[in-house]
Write a protein that binds this ligand. Structure first.
Ligand code: PLP
Length: 713
């Protein structure tokens, strides 16, 4: 099967010897190949940084003189040749995991639907963990050779960028994306015209065109309603992620589910697995049933025939993450669908009816759970929580028997691990370590890495983080309108040798970002101890409509700004995948304080762990499965509390105590060579236990073996 449905654009004006850089710029493979990324960076590190690591813009703007110079630079050409040898080998590889272990997947494509995909900072079509997980799923599927394609949206304005005012208030900037500058390629039909599909709403039809992103071997197809044929309002349907306005939201989800199935058909695929990454795509179950009803089956038969191939992953027990719509919205947008399914309105509504205290709703997760045979949560504890939460759909079952399994999340190792660390592993674990990264035995060899070598990489990464923060501040300061106190709050006073703790995530209230600030006096005492300074770096966005989340940011910012913090508390604006990479690679400790058991899984702590940071987190989600008493620290206990206040007080007390008595003293115990040997023994334990287990390598293999293969039967 031909993988890609788009054509590369007119080549860049490049010297012949470097011609293929253009091709590389259009395949995101380069984003998880440190050597490939350096091919662009080495042309002009400064420009590369200023353009936000955008190779297409770099190749356009760099100028012929520098390119001609590179085309004669032996060292550069050696890297170039090595990278393209790898690239060609990768694209043509015939003995991938899928090919050798599961040849039965051949000709059985998997369609993976997600509202967001986090692939790279130049493509702001993600808001947080859900999208980054989807992006990592695609990258790993490519590495494993799975016949998988992604389906989602190409948002014309992308997710917002965040500015923090002097008083800590979040401003949201919406930046129209210039598609021409991005690695998105128009998909054309056999006639050479742009391929479009249509979705009917009661009073009109919405047309959608398609863009393709090449993710290694895997294509990602993105829908875009900004076409001439549509009314002005409809052209905005795919302009932004997660419209808060319910009308737009329901239409978006109809486009994703119903439109997405039509996209797959228009491209000529007949998938054997339809994977819904969260409930936003659940209308796909109805569109697939409609296809069979149109061919003469009853709705019941159609559901019976399609459900085996549907796989649904639930990602959160938090209500805001579980979309549901009031019934009047269904009347407004879906009234044409129930007769096409051979159903009455009542029968239709009953498929996904959810009785809520505030009335009856149509629930997207209920729809997905009821019409799929494959169902999973994203950690062991989240599995338990989900089985209880959805028990009402299986009233005959005990909670333990509710048919929702769990596959714990993972992260794409090469995408998140610092290049220096990858090189260190290649040196001590073997050049092919990446091929065996989910093999625990391999990681036993880690003890052979000398402490000094590991510590040298760790300190290098922390210095890099410090420089990065400084350069970001310089840019903002130079642009004007930045108050000096904001400069100080943005990390310029960071000491690259002091214990540094990272806390970065969406500012949703259940994540309790201000837990560490609940007793400011005590915290100031902790961070300002002579000879044992501690620094905490905060970052994260709140959804623009989430006032409570924005207030949380403001609380944190107001504390960070205080002179008594000595610049040791930092808030970094505009958390995205770029900043995330520097943070998870550079900090010593990754802190996470969700209100148990609402975290579901969490993934940023995994990214930090695989770079040699130690986790310090509530025993929720993935960390509850990883924590072994040596590979990091727990915050609080695994128990239920009478009230949120009681839980917060107990967890805060525990957090401060562990910092004071365990983490800080351990970090500052040094041997004669200034190396914290005991600290590093914990780091090694963390690397050993976390890398093989919490990678998408393990995760995607589990999806294949436990949820995709059963769908083929
Ligand atoms: C990994 C990542 C997340 C998800 O982190 P959690 O720990 O799951 O909250 C969110 N945003 C960005 C930019 C990330 O890289």
């Amino acid at each position: 099967m031909d993988m890609f449905r788009s054509r590369l654009p007119k080549p860049f004006d490049l010297p012949k010897r470097l011609m293929r850089l253009g091709e590389l710029a259009y395949n995101l493979w380069w984003t998880w190949q440190p050597e490939a990324g350096r091919l662009f960076g080495r042309l002009d590190y400064d420009l590369w940084g200023r353009l936000g690591h955008n190779p297409i813009r770099l190749l356009r703007e760099i100028g012929r003189a520098r390119l001609n110079q590179a085309a004669k630079d032996k060292e550069y050409l050696a890297i170039y040749d090595r990278v393209f040898e790898q690239f060609d080998g990768y694209l043509a590889q015939a003995n991938t995991w899928a090919d050798t272990i599961h040849p039965e997947l051949d000709d059985h494509p998997i369609a993976y639907f997600s509202m967001e995909f986090g692939l790279h900072e130049t493509l702001p079509i993600y808001s947080g963990g859900l999208g980054v997980l989807a992006g990592d799923h695609l990258k790993e599927s490519s590495d494993l050779g799975l016949p998988l394609m992604g389906i989602g949206f190409m948002y014309a304005q992308g997710y917002f960028s965040q500015r923090i005012s002097e008083d800590g208030w979040q401003d949201a900037l919406n930046n129209p994306l210039v598609f021409d500058d991005l690695p998105v390629l128009p998909v054309t039909g056999e006639d050479g015209q742009p391929l479009t599909i249509e979705v009917e709403f009661p009073d009109r039809t919405v047309s959608v065109r398609l863009w393709e992103i090449r993710v290694g071997r895997v294509p990602l197809y993105l829908m875009d309603s900004n076409v001439d044929a549509n009314q002005p309002d409809d052209r905005l349907l795919t302009a932004r992620l997660y419209w808060s306005d319910l009308d737009r939201r329901v239409m978006q989800e109809v486009l994703l589910g119903v439109g997405g199935v039509r996209v797959v058909r228009a491209l000529g695929y007949n998938p054997s697995v339809w994977h819904m990454n969260e409930g936003h795509a659940a209308f796909l179950t109805l569109e697939r049933a409609r296809e069979l009803v149109a061919a003469g089956h009853t709705f019941a038969e159609a559901v019976k025939k399609t459900r085996r191939q549907n796989v649904f992953t639930t990602h959160t027990p938090v209500p805001a993450g579980n979309d549901e719509f009031p019934l009047w919205l269904l009347d407004k947008y879906l009234a044409a669908l129930w007769p096409e399914l051979g159903l009455t309105r009542e029968e239709f509504v009953n498929i996904a009816l959810h009785q809520q205290p505030h009335g009856e709703t149509f629930s997207m997760p209920v729809l997905a759970l009821k019409l799929s045979d494959g169902r999973n949560a994203v950690s062991e504890l989240h599995g338990e929580v989900s089985r209880k939460m959805w028990n009402f759909l299986w009233p005959e079952s005990e909670a333990a028997d509710v048919p929702i399994t769990h596959i714990t999340n993972g992260v794409h190792t090469a995408n998140w691990m610092a290049r220096r660390l990858q090189n260190l592993f290649a040196q001590y674990l073997g050049a092919d370590w990446y091929d065996h990264l989910d093999d625990s035995d391999l990681w036993e060899k880690l003890d052979q890495i000398p402490d000094a070598a590991l510590w040298a990489v760790r300190t290098h990464l922390k210095r890099k983080l410090a420089f990065y923060m400084r350069e970001r501040v310089r840019e903002r300061w130079t642009a004007g309108g930045y108050h000096p106190v904001q400069v100080v709050s943005s990390g310029v006073l960071i000491n690259p040798y002091a214990l540094t703790i990272g806390f970065a995530r969406r500012f949703a209230t259940y994540k309790r970002a201000s837990l560490a600030l609940s007793d400011v006096e005590r915290l100031l005492d902790i961070i300002n101890r002579p000879n044992m300074p501690v620094q905490i770096i905060f970052a994260g966005k709140a959804h623009p409509a989430d006032e409570a989340g924005k207030q949380l940011i403001q609380n944190v910012y107001r504390t960070v700004k205080k002179a008594e913090t000595g610049g040791r508390l930092v808030f970094l604006e505009d958390y995205d995948m770029d900043l995330a990479r520097y943070l998870v690679q550079g900090v010593d400790v990754w802190m996470n304080t969700p209100r148990r058991p609402l975290e579901a899984s969490g993934t940023s702590g995994m990214k930090a762990a695989l770079n040699g940071a130690l986790n310090f987190s509530v025993l929720d989600g993935w960390w509850r499965e990883s924590y072994n008493g040596k590979n990091g620290w727990a915050i609080g206990e695994e128990k239920e509390y009478e009230s949120d206040e009681a839980q917060d007080a107990a967890d805060a007390e525990n957090l401060y105590g562990t910092l004071e008595n365990e983490i800080i003293p351990l970090f500052y115990v040094r041997d004669g060579k200034e190396i914290p040997a005991e600290w590093l023994s914990h780091v090694k334990d963390s690397l050993k236990t976390n890398i093989p287990q919490f990678s998408t390598r393990r995760m995607v293999k589990e999806y294949v073996e436990r949820l995709y293969l059963p769908a083929l039967k």
